[in-house]
Ligand binder design. Structure first.
Ligand code: BV8
Ligand code: ZN
Length: 265
């Protein structure tokens, strides 16, 4: 058995013996779907710095620039499909109790995978719908009142100026969490509750640099649980991980979870 096979074997045994699993995903889980990551060489933030775009100050300073960056990302993501990594995670959550998916991603691909895999299994998608800690580019909210709406990519090209709220005429903005903004309390509580109760945390495709999201696996480790990292590169989480599978999630997750997600029958 090669090193990689021995690691995979150990990782599969960790998953099989876990009672409760919390999974934290980052942009890396969507890389093989063609969604650019943030900090990689083709990352979104090579052309722009996060402070320029993913902050409320940037939106106040130049709403059209920030709006059009998100419109461009929505159009990019709308062409992307869940990959086998998303699907393996969705099937794990649908077929096993005690699995909670948590994502930092705003691309909605875990939810598409949940709905499609649940349809195939003839079950409801709820167990595989992730806590979206940083929101979604496919939802808009008003920057002045509580108004929110789903926002799919329209047929015609998106306007470059932000839309206005039908309730108060305020500027609509992407329903994502910008730097310096609070994370949605329900998602944050759900994620950290699951992390405290988990005996295994999977950290998949995240550079583990953005907090408080990156702390989810740390909470499991602090509570005596095990951390398993799936990432081609090492990250700040690697030091608390008992095991790391160094490679692409789209290949490693189906292999890691195959025995868990083949419908018994
Ligand atoms: C808050 C939404 C407080 C918008 C995003 C100093 C120290 C610690 C913290 C801070 C600090 N200074 C400031 C802070 C707080 C700040 C923060 O953490 N900053 C960091 C950068 C230092 N956090 C915040 O501001 C948060 N809010 O703290 O509020 C507060 C308190 C009281 C009152 C008010 C406020 C809000 C953070 C949310 C920011 N929003 N996104 C948008 O998407 O445009 S963050 C952004 O980064 C994305 O959400 C993304 O998900 C997240 C993390 O990035 P990753 O997902 O990890 O992606 P990345 O490209 O970095 O890495 C990809 C990984 O995948 C790599 O490791 C790569 O190796 C791997 N990979 C590549 N290919 C594959 C792969 N893995 C597997 N398979 C592959 N094929
Ligand atoms: Zn409004």
């Amino acid at each position: 058995m090669t090193g990689g096979e021995a690691e995979m074997d150990r990782a599969r045994r960790l998953v099989a013996s876990a009672e409760r699993i919390v999974v934290l995903t980052g942009a890396g889980v969507s890389a093989e779907s063609g969604v650019p990551t943030f900090r990689g060489e083709d990352g979104l933030w090579q052309s722009h710095r996060p402070e320029e775009l993913a902050t409320p100050q940037a939106f106040r300073r130049d709403p059209a620039l920030v709006w059009s960056w998100y419109a461009w990302r929505r159009e990019r993501v709308a062409e992307c499909r869940p990959n086998e990594g998303h699907r393996a995670l969705a099937r794990l959550a649908l077929l096993r109790d005690g699995v909670t998916l948590v994502t930092q991603n705003v691309d909605g691909l875990h939810t598409v995978a949940a709905e499609e895999e649940a349809e195939k299994l003839g079950v409801g998608p709820e167990p595989a719908i992730p806590w979206e800690l940083h929101g979604s580019v496919f939802r808009l909210r008003c920057s002045s009142c509580e108004y929110r709406e789903e926002h799919r990519v329209p047929e015609e090209p998106e306007p470059v100026e932000p839309l206005h709220c039908p309730e108060c005429r305020g500027l609509l903005r992407p329903d994502v969490v910008w730097f310096g903004e609070m994370l949605p309390a329900t998602a944050l509580d759900g994620a950290f509750q699951a992390a405290r109760e988990a005996d295994l945390a999977l950290a998949v495709g995240t550079s583990a640099m953005v907090h408080p999201a990156a702390s989810v696996p740390l909470v499991t480790a602090d509570a005596g649980g095990t951390v398993l990292e799936v990432n081609p590169d090492a990250t700040p989480l690697s030091r608390v991980a008992s095991l790391a599978l160094r490679g692409p999630a789209g290949e490693l997750l189906p292999e890691l979870l195959s025995s868990e997600v083949t419908p018994q029958g």
